[in-house]
Ligand binder design. Structure first.
Ligand code: UD1
Length: 426
């Protein structure tokens, strides 16, 4: 397995281009199943996860062309040759589960493995399934598979989610666009990725209104057509680099970063005494390497609150803050696995249930560390950049799931980061 070696201590200076959002791209890829005509996605992130999704779509009969130079993927589901997503594929990447809704809506049936839990928590899909049942689908769970059928098609329904779920909101939208009649989603998630999905579906001829608010109204249509859509900028990638600059000091322009998607993060950074401002078509982040970060308390919440996907990165920054910070994780029950790894660099963190207390230290010292999930891995990279000496991050495959060209983007800003490739056995 590849490893990343970081020699910390250099402030970051320069510009970093922000790519399309992984969390959006994966759902947009699933949308290709809804139409017999091609869907083109521009600003597509080239990641282990998006390639994996492309492979899964291919196994369902979708023709895929990836045009690297223009960062565009063309997906053409003229005919669906299989309606089964097997365990091995869904187990490796949870977002694979999102093919269920589109297959059910277009073909009237689908068999998709249950995704199971993952390192950050149980992550059930009961709300997704209840939404499909409300639209008239018969759902059975057999031997770890969801067998869903709506042989005469899905019907529009009024669905009120008991709590906010990004995944269930998106999945219900992906099915409702081809249902007969009107669907109303109440207490819907409001994440920018939901708006992005609605924009793409509407470009395909769907009738979705209200995305970005807690009530989404969808008028079902008979068929969707060809469309071209640009994937929204990745707010998590933007935030990750912002926390990296905050931790190391420096001055970086995050090109394409959308400040309107990052209000809660900007509040935390400003409270930590970091300068962050909209500039041109991006965001500029600055901190003098001579001053120290201030301690900040925050909790993760659904959008527009502070994103759970940036919690680990913010924690890495707060490890070197002047004072004590409190972090509450309200979305996932087991999302502090980076804390003991950060402690290997000298961070002082205590975790009680879903709360972590970070007592800032003047400096971190490099060490070998191991990552357990995607966002945890990148928090270790941030800590390594801020630490003195060498940090080796093991299990880099987690990073490759969600960050394209991470080392190159950091190195272009003066960081000393190199990937050590594992030698193939002779
Ligand atoms: C979540 C994050 C999303 C992030 C993604 C990847 C929130 C609200 N969602 O989305 O921003 O990009 O992880 O890290 O911050 N739940 C159920 N039953 C369901 C679905 C969800 O109980 O059927 C629970 C989950 O366990 C969780 C909460 O609802 O505690 C929110 O889950 P949801 O938003 O669906 O998670 P993701 O879509 O994975």
């Amino acid at each position: 397995m590849d490893r990343i070696a970081i020699t910390g201590g250099a402030p970051l200076q320069g510009a970093i281009p922000i790519y399309g959002a992984k969390n959006s791209a994966l759902k947009l890829q699933a949308a290709a199943l809804l139409s017999a005509e091609p869907l083109m996605l521009e600003n597509m992130p080239d990641l282990a996860d998006t390639r994996f999704m492309a492979q899964l779509l291919k196994s369902l009969g979708v023709e895929i062309t990836w045009i690297k130079e223009t960062r565009t993927i063309r997906m053409h589901a003229a005919e669906i040759s299989s309606t089964i997503a097997p365990y091995d594929q869904v187990r490796k990447m949870r977002a694979s589960f999102n093919v269920l809704g589109p297959l059910l809506a277009r073909m009237g049936h689908a068999t998709v493995s249950l995704p199971g839990g993952c390192a950050i928590g149980a992550r059930p899909v009961d709300l997704h399934l209840k939404a499909f049942e409300a639209m008239g689908a018969d759902i059975h769970i057999e031997q770890g598979y969801v067998k869903a059928a709506a042989l005469r098609g899905l019907k529009g329904a009024e669905i009120e989610f008991p709590f906010v779920s990004v995944g269930a909101t998106e999945h219900a939208m992906l099915a409702a666009v081809l249902a007969k009649g009107d669907t109303v989603l109440k207490n819907a998630a409001r994440e920018p990725e939901i708006e992005d999905l609605a924009d793409c579906l509407n470009a395909m001829g769907a009738k979705v209104e209200g995305a970005g608010t807690s009530e989404i109204r969808i008028k079902g249509v008979d068929a969707l057509k060809s469309a071209k859509h640009k994937v929204v900028a990745d707010r998590i990638e933007t935030g990750t680099f912002a926390f990296a600059v905050a931790a190391t000091g420096g001055n970086v322009l995050l090109e394409g970063g959308r400040f309107e998607h990052l209000g809660a993060m900007m509040k935390v950074l400003r409270a930590a005494d970091v300068t962050i401002e909209a500039e041109g078509r991006g965001l500029r982040v600055q901190r003098s390497p001579r001053s120290r970060i201030k301690a900040v308390d925050f909790e993760t919440e659904p959008f527009p609150g502070f994103p759970t996907d940036l919690q680990a990165q913010a924690m890495a920054m707060l490890c070197v803050a002047d004072g004590q910070s409190r972090i509450k994780e309200t979305i996932f029950e087991n999302r502090f696995m980076h804390a003991p790894e950060l402690a290997r660099l000298g961070a002082q963190i205590t975790v009680h249930g879903n709360e972590a207390v970070v007592t800032g230290v003047p400096k971190l010292v490099g060490a070998p560390v191991m990552a357990t999930d995607l966002r945890a891995s990148v928090s270790l990279v941030i800590a390594g950049l801020a630490a003195e000496g060498e940090t080796i991050v093991n299990r880099v495959y987690h990073l490759d799931r969600g960050f394209e060209n991470l080392e190159a983007k950091l190195a272009a800003c003066g960081a000393q980061v190199t990937r050590m490739r594992e030698m193939e056995p002779a």
